[in-house]
Design a binder for this molecule. Sequence first.
Ligand SMILES: N[C@@H](CCC(=O)N[C@@H](CS)C(=O)NCC(=O)O)C(=O)O
Length: 149
Amino acid sequence: MSLNVNPEIVSIFSLWGGVLALKILAMSLLTARQRFRKQVFANPEDTSLASKKSKVVFDDPDVERVRRAHLNDLENVVPWFIVTSLWIGTDPSTWLASLLIRTFVITRIIHTIVYAIVPFPQPARGLSFGVGFLTTGYMAVSTILHYSS
Ligand SMILES: N[C@@H](CCC(=O)N[C@@H](CS)C(=O)NCC(=O)O)C(=O)O
């Protein structure tokens, strides 16, 4: 079996994967923004960076919301990077690869907006999570079928 990776698909994956990596890095900044806004930190030494009112708190709802969104990213984006880098070796069509890669990245950006930036009522978050989840699931199954046949 020969490995045939289309360079156009690699470019699309690199571009959109880079955007997604930056989005995940931005989650740390969003967490820090909430910590400074609420003056709540995870370690005693961090409180010296802020006002005298600042304290160590582990259950601030706004900080925890961003942290849950960050964790959810890691639960979904890490498998996506692994699965996509395997799937593009199965010689998918450029239009399908482009559609699935863009769809996943856009759904993760929407997930962050509706979870951590402007909390939206459900099913906004569930849908953004679900579409991305199905995208990764499709690519994983199609990779397994490709290499097992
Ligand atoms: N680890 C997730 C597994 C299920 C999941 O990812 N659900 C999506 C759609 S409802 C979600 O955004 N969960 C919120 C979260 O992970 O904090 C959880 O505990 O909820």
